[in-house]
Design a protein around this ligand. Structure first.
Ligand code: BGC
Length: 427
């Protein structure tokens, strides 16, 4: 049997995020958003996987399977429950958790912000506030002072583009639920400045640490006519945030699928002309993005195009990760790349195994072309709270029965663990 071989020291792991697994994250904007009347969220997050208290067992399962890296986030709303006042017990919790990860022989990769913000931060304008980056930087400093001696790998802000488009441009039904291009612009400024501030904070305290942001990137497949429009859309989701990453130690790439955007060729001159017009870019295009994401639905409507789909409604396309890695590498030649998320929502774990194997092979193929990819982290370690979709999509290498909190290690965890231990993937 043929096999592909990965270099020693490659990061193999799984990822989670605080709000999606910890439970009872009551001071966060998402908690308020889930409970407001008419909320677009399918169901409240509630106790999620109780990872806040059950992390030792979860980390043990990850380590026992052979994974060497765990990416998780610190919840800002726990650490700074009201503006300027920091909770030492919350910081001590994340230190104990990080120590547990280290003691298990696993490399911690810590995300400073994964979508959720404290309610007081949201109330003062969130990322759109003028001084958002200063306020975020002060929180980051506390966290880095508390955990920095244990952590080498840091992610500043998770998928800033999805926050800006999903929440501030109103495309995904996320908080704060504003809609205007101006809101996106202000949030994009706060998020990019926030990233730069976090990078500066970590590097000033621990110069040898490895700092980057994690970017949600899609393999866009526009037809010739659609190209100029897709370039603008991609700018709002991805490029505006990638642009500020030149000083980062690595780029975190997270990709779930590809997206064809077909438009007939005869529209080419029209789309070109339209995209040169500012109101089209700033008003019509955002409206089209909102309409497209709304029409896309929640993955429960059967696809009519015959394509194989995941529970999210995405095309099952593990190889897309290689396409986005190539794009990231073309923007920043030579910069280290880490697959900080790659995963599939499915009720059939054999599909997950296939997704991981095909994804990892595609990553290896990209490395053969010279791309400096340093790791592959699967999303997610546990069946998580999937934002507006609630608990229906299941991503976990470990299944969670939420009525009993019982964990079931799925075969996919062992498959990924075996690749991690041997550095080899039979193909
Ligand atoms: C996010 C995760 C999310 C995952 C699956 C990523 O965009 O970082 O929070 O659960 O995708 O949809």
């Amino acid at each position: 049997m043929a096999e592909v071989v990965f270099p020693p020291g490659f990061l193999w792991g799984a990822a989670t995020a605080g709000h999606q697994v910890e439970g009872d994250n009551r001071n966060s904007d998402w908690w308020a958003w889930e409970h407001k009347p008419g909320s677009p969220v399918a169901e409240p997050s509630g106790a999620t996987c109780e990872h806040f208290t059950r992390y030792p067992g979860d980390v043990e399962m990850l380590a026992d399977a052979g994974l060497n890296t765990y990416r998780y986030s610190v919840e800002w709303s726990r650490v700074e429950p009201s503006e300027g006042s920091f909770d030492d017990e919350a910081l001590a919790h994340y230190r104990r958790m990080t120590q547990t990860v280290v003691d298990a022989g696993v490399i911690p990769m810590v995300t400073l912000n994964h979508f959720t913000v404290p309610q007081w931060f949201a109330a003062r304008g969130g990322w759109a506030a003028r001084d958002a980056a200063d306020v975020f930087g002060r929180y980051c400093e506390r966290v880095v002072r508390s955990l920095g001696d244990l952590v080498e790998w840091w992610c500043t802000i998770n998928e800033p583009g999805n926050v800006a488009v999903g929440g501030y441009l109103g495309a995904l039904g996320w908080p704060p639920g504003t809609h205007r291009y101006e809101d996106w612009k202000r949030a994009a400024r706060g998020l990019t400045q926030g990233h730069r501030r976090a990078l500066a904070v970590v590097k000033s305290l621990h110069p040898s640490s490895r700092v980057g942001a994690t970017h949600g990137m899609i393999e866009w497949l526009p037809s010739t006519a659609a190209k100029p429009a897709v370039e603008h859309v991609r700018r709002m989701f991805e490029d505006a945030f990638l642009d500020v990453c030149g000083d980062d130690d690595y780029l975190g790439v997270q990709t779930y699928t590809r997206l064809p955007v077909p438009l007939p060729v005869w529209l080419t001159p029209l789309v070109h002309a339209a995209m040169a017009v500012r109101p089209v870019r700033e008003q019509l295009l955002p409206r089209l993005i909102r309409q497209a994401t709304h029409d896309f639905g929640d993955g429960t409507t059967p696809a009519t195009d015959g394509l194989r789909r995941t529970q999210m409604g995405y095309e099952f396309r593990p190889e897309s990760i290689a396409a986005t890695l190539r794009r990231a590498a073309s923007l920043f030649p030579g910069k280290d790349l880490v697959v900080t998320e790659h995963g599939v929502a499915t009720s059939d774990d054999t599909e997950r195994v296939e997704f991981i194997k095909r994804g990892a092979s595609a990553v290896r193929a990209a490395m053969d072309e010279g791309l400096p990819v340093r790791g592959y982290l699967y999303w997610s370690l546990l069946d998580n709270f999937e934002w507006t979709l609630g608990y229906r999509p299941t991503f976990g290498l470990i299944g969670v029965d939420r009525s009993t909190q019982e964990r079931t290690v799925r075969p996919s965890l062992h498959v990924l663990g075996d690749i991690a231990k041997s550095g080899r993937l039979p193909v």
